[in-house]
Design a protein around this ligand. Structure first.
Ligand SMILES: NC(=O)N[C@@H](O)C(=O)O
Ligand code: NI
Length: 164
């Protein structure tokens, strides 16, 4: 088995995640009152992108992974963005990577809190959903339509994701 490179998950912040997309959270976001002041709207935290087809909402029920977790591949969606918002307020893991000549470069891992969602911008390398602790539901917004919207690629070496 190839040497495992240790990857420590960092706290998810808008700034650190900005090269890859948006963090969907109320902390630090502007808001305004609607519904006669009975509701606060945190407006346009992310904008879905689809080159064609339609944008849909789904629920992904993720099996929990134990840590440390060895990752060997990444994927991306060339035809649209993909957003994940946790529905049961449990932490989860986000792994993204820059593009390096059409393949994922060195991955970055983040620990997301249960009130943090993310949107991967179109064509951004990311690892498939990594739930923690218990089976967890996520509201997912992404593109549906004709054509192949899933590109997978092995990492040049396996990484072992750690929480600390
Ligand atoms: N393939 C699929 O629908 N899920 C992945 O895109 C993922 O990011 O979890
Ligand atoms: Ni995906």
């Amino acid at each position: 088995m190839a040497e495992l490179t240790r990857l420590v998950a960092k706290p998810l912040t808008r700034e650190a995640f900005s090269p890859y997309g948006n963090v969907i959270e109320t902390d630090g976001a502007d808001s305004f009152a609607i519904n006669n002041g009975t509701t606060e709207r945190f407006h346009a935290l992310a904008q879905a992108e689809s080159v064609d087809g339609e944008v849909i909402l789904s629920i992904f029920r993720g099996q929990p992974f134990s840590m440390p977790l060895t990752i060997t591949m990444m994927e991306r969606h060339p035809l649209g963005s993909q957003a994940f918002v946790p529905m049961q307020n449990r932490p989860w893991i986000v792994v993204v990577a820059p593009d390096a000549g059409g393949a994922p470069g060195k991955p970055n891992a983040f620990i997301a809190q249960g009130d943090q969602g993310v949107q991967y911008s179109r064509n951004v390398w990311h690892h498939p959903l990594i739930s923690l602790e218990e089976v967890s539901d996520f509201l997912v917004m992404d593109r549906a339509g004709a054509g192949d919207n899933l590109e997978e690629c092995n990492l040049n070496a396996p990484y072992e994701v750690h929480l600390s």
